[in-house]
Design a binder for this molecule. Sequence first.
Ligand SMILES: [Zn+2]
Length: 119
Amino acid sequence: MAKYSSKINKIRTFALSLVFIGFIVMYGGIFFKSHPIVMTIFMLLGLLFIVASTVVYFWIGMLSTKTVQVICPNCNKPTKILGRVDICMHCDESLTLDKSLEGKEFDQNYNRKQTHQKQ
Ligand SMILES: [Zn+2]
């Protein structure tokens, strides 16, 4: 998973993994059947993760209203930009809304953890 994905996609992946963690934690509670209190804690924790993911999904919805839809100059498909710089959802082309950043190489400061390589 070295491929860079747009911010919205990343958050969506995060929300999905929260759901999975929630189910795993709840499943773990089954092993403590003989300890109802421990089981309840596990169930509540699992529920908490699932609630958190719902919040994240809601947040994605909020963010989606703030994104700007543009036509990618590289692949000519409509894509969404979140923030000053983002990546095209279809072809990983770096896109910017900031005129001062236009034409510059993709700013690594925004994505220090990721290595963005042009294929
Ligand atoms: Zn594109």
